[in-house]
Design a protein around this ligand. Structure first.
Ligand code: SF4
Length: 342
């Protein structure tokens, strides 16, 4: 139930925590990706231009003197709006909130690809200048397996078109999405497509399979096998190693990611990022398990935290307890903890 006099959708990107939220569509028109439960049970609907304008006016009254420099358009697919209507909405939004410097939205490849270069330019010029694109993988095999409804070529073309129109592009990648079956293909093909696009931002998110999702059913049917935490880091190492010719900012940015310190600017930080992954991979097995549990429990934030005596003691005590009941199921424990926060 909204406590605001205008509609709010259920989610927004991590980077939009301080932004004004304006809802243009409800739910996701696809709603069939095997890993996603964001809009499960929510029927998709478009909102009319008049309805959204009324919300913009209501938001301006509600926030009064509070000024926003950033705005995020919720929910899953603003590009389904007719270009003329989207341009009119953006123009009205900027008139009502004149301090806005950035307006962003999710960018679904399947919808964006239907807009011409000229339409994308008009939308960007009207104010929509940042897109969060759920690329997830650059492998057609993985995209098909998770029923993304888009090919790697669609993703590459639509993202490059938006970028050429002047928009800032943030690509989301899901580490571990290929499972044990396709992890190497997932890493290599994703790096290939990212190197083609050269997005402004690459944001990775570690898989946590949600009960009720299609991927969970695949897992139970033995069609998708979770990787170990170590293997997901090996996958990330291969992904980074294969990223070439890009100038993107790369980040592990969600609490579900194991090594939050793996973030930096390409190309100059590439070897530093690989060195952090190698530091984890070269830990003695016991230390690796210890750190992984500490991070999954939220006690550690970074590898260096293992050097803090009281935190180390706390994690050791937890590990002892968990081992007593789940000694041969630690990877399942790690995954359970991941899926609770993703
Ligand atoms: S991942 Fe995106 S496109 Fe896929 S179902 Fe979820 S919201 Fe829709």
């Amino acid at each position: 139930m909204n406590s605001t006099p205008f509609e709010l959708g259920p989610i927004r990107p991590v980077d939009e925590a301080e932004s004004l939220l304006i809802r243009t569509t409800r739910g996701c028109p696809w709603n069939r990706c095997e890993f996603c439960v964001n809009y499960k049970g929510m029927p998709f609907s478009m909102r009319s231009l008049d309805e959204v304008k009324r919300d913009i006016v209501a938001a301006a009254k509600y926030y009064g003197d509070e000024t926003f420099e950033t705005c995020f358009l919720q929910d899953g697919d603003s590009f389904l709006m007719k270009t003329t209507e989207l341009v009119a909405l953006l123009t009205f939004l900027k008139q009502t909130f004149p301090k806005l410097k950035r307006i962003s939205s999710y960018g679904r490849a399947q919808t964006m690809i239907r807009k011409s270069v000229q339409e994308m330019q008009a939308i960007c010029q009207a104010g929509l200048n940042k897109l969060y694109c759920g690329m997830e993988s650059g492998s057609d095999k993985v995209l098909k397996k998770v029923n993304k409804g888009a090919t790697a070529a669609d993703i590459s073309t639509s993202s490059r078109r938006a970028k050429d129109a002047g928009m800032s592009i943030s690509e989301f990648i899901i580490l571990g999405l290929g499972g044990q079956e396709l992890w190497e293909e997932h890493a290599r093909e994703t790096a290939k497509v990212l190197s083609e696009i050269n997005p402004h931002f690459i944001r990775v998110l570690t898989i946590g399979v949600k009960p009720g999702s299609g991927l969970h059913r695949q897992m139970e049917a033995g069609e998708y096998t979770l990787q170990t935490e170590k293997n997901i880091i090996e996958e990330q190492r291969l992904l980074i190693e294969d990223l070439n010719g890009i100038t993107s900012h790369y980040a592990n940015h969600h609490a579900v990611d194991l090594l939050m310190e793996v973030r930096g600017q390409f190309p100059q930080d590439k070897s530093r990022l690989i060195a952090i992954l190698d530091r984890y991979l070269s830990l003695p097995e016991e230390d690796r398990i210890h750190f992984t549990l500490g991070k999954r429990l939220g006690i550690y934030q970074r590898l260096d935290d293992m050097g803090t005596a009281h935190l180390h003691k706390q994690v050791s005590a937890k590990l002892l307890k968990i081992r007593a009941s789940y000694s041969d199921k630690l990877e399942e424990v790690f995954h359970d903890l991941r899926s609770q926060i993703v």
